[in-house]
Design a protein. Sequence first.
Length: 168
Amino acid sequence: MATQSSGLGSLGRAARAGLGAAIEALTRRRSAQHRRAALTEQHRLHFDLLCKAMDDPALTAVLDTYDTDIPLDRQRQFLFANALYVNALYYYRIGAVTRSELFGHLRIMCRNQIFRDYWDATRPHRKSLPDTSEEAALGSMMDELIQELADTDTDEWWVVGTPPEDPP
């Protein structure tokens, strides 16, 4: 005798699969929101600490980890350069700008000699980053950009360097 299926079993499996996919999507979205909130809080705290260090020479001295002797006023400029760089990274990490847009912002920063001096003074700091980290890749992108700007013979700085391609 043949068994007849009403199709309810396969409909139930499909509904469970659909519900599972919806729950997974919601979980991913919630996880992304938590990550973004954590990045926002980290960025706010970092900026607050830098502001305190820029305002108080005794605190600026705590962040003096340079290989050479750097005057206090220059250290404070470096802290501000770091704040600008980290701010650009923050916008990239939360998805407010693409990698090619980040490249454009960094290209503008690299035009400033104080920023380039900051970048050079902090080169040893970046050597501790794992080669496979995103921050190391962005640091390499900056190194190449600074070198290309130094090597160019054009006043059209906005065309120097090749922005990275963003995924579709």
